[in-house]
Design a protein around this ligand. Structure first.
Ligand code: 48H
Length: 273
């Protein structure tokens, strides 16, 4: 039988894309959790907050997910993860090789793909090509209640286009080394008393431990995970080892779930924090 490919009119494609996109965006306008940045910490956080049933949207500036994972260590395509973070990779269905002393090695592309896939399967909506460039706040009590978003292409073209605001019960900064959400909040809302001093030089074990320990709700409604924690705490960088990023993402998910679901909160990751 000859292959018959369905005929389609161009305007039909256009209408369906617009209709279905708007259906999603009407839901995204107000969610439980906004995660900013689709690196290792952001994808892990999204995977677990969505698994807990929280309406989760993740905004990523680029047109791809993975953040710093794609570059591995100096573009070598392997990533090292230390125990107990391998449990998170197991949760994501990621294959890895066990090495000596609680170290595991995984292909960078597989880790990016599997974490993103698991986050999506858990119910998180990942929106690519959107930059978060501000927060929404309220006072009495002072708190963060959402983010301001713009198309990354508009930001790159330096066009003056007014952004949109998206509300959430929790916002998580997973933007990496520059802690962009915390940075803008610290500059524009000085009463929050957040300072983003930037990370210190490399000290792997100390950095991993302090990043996970420092993962927290920085001010009401705004949480920090991943390298953003090192940026606000001025703690060391760790180099190309990603266990701390995964554990930080899982810990922030648990903190958000505990805050939003209270007594109904379940343990979301196979880790005790
Ligand atoms: C939307 C944004 C915005 C914005 C940035 O850098 P990442 O991988 O972040 P982490 O913290 O999950 O992981 C850090 C890790 O990759 C790393 O760099 C390590 C371990 N370094 C150690 C060392 O010594 O150097 O991902 C952040 C993501 C990226 O995809 C950005 O494009 C995105 O966030 N992003 N998205 N709005 N304003 N800013």
């Amino acid at each position: 039988m000859p292959l018959e490919i369905k005929e389609v009119e161009e305007e039909k494609v256009t209408r369906l894309i617009i209709q279905k996109t708007m259906e999603d965006w009407l839901k995204i306008a107000d969610v439980d959790v906004i995660i900013v940045g689709a690196g290792p910490s952001g994808l892990t956080a999204a995977m677990y907050t969505a698994k807990a049933g929280l309406r989760t949207v993740l905004f990523e500036r680029r047109l791809s997910f993975g953040g710093g994972m794609g570059g591995g260590g100096m573009q070598f395509h392997k990533i090292i993860v230390e125990s107990p973070a391998e449990k998170i990779l197991e949760d994501a269905g990621c294959r890895m090789e066990s090495l000596e002393n609680g170290l595991f090695i995984v292909d960078a592309a597989e880790m990016m793909a599997k974490l993103a896939s698991k986050a999506i399967d858990s119910g998180a909506k990942i929106i690519l090509g959107v930059t978060v460039d501000d927060v929404i706040y309220r006072d009495n009590p002072l708190r963060i209640v959402g983010v301001v978003i713009q198309w990354s292409s508009v930001v790159m073209a330096r066009l003056h286009v007014d952004p949109l605001g998206i509300k959430a019960r929790a916002v998580v900064d997973c933007t990496g080394h520059d802690a962009e959400v915390l940075s803008v909040a610290s500059k524009k809302i000085p009463e929050l008393k957040i300072s983003v001093l930037g990370e210190k030089s490399m000290w792997t074990s100390k950095a991993e431990k302090l990043t996970v320990e420092g993962t927290r709700e920085v001010c009401p409604g705004l949480f920090a995970a991943g390298m953003a924690v090192a940026a606000i705490d001025q703690t060391p960088r760790m180099g190309p080892i990603f266990g701390g990023m995964l554990l930080s993402g899982a810990k922030v998910a648990q903190l958000v779930v505990n805050k939003l679901l209270g007594e109904k909160a379940l343990k979301v990751a196979p880790i005790d924090f």
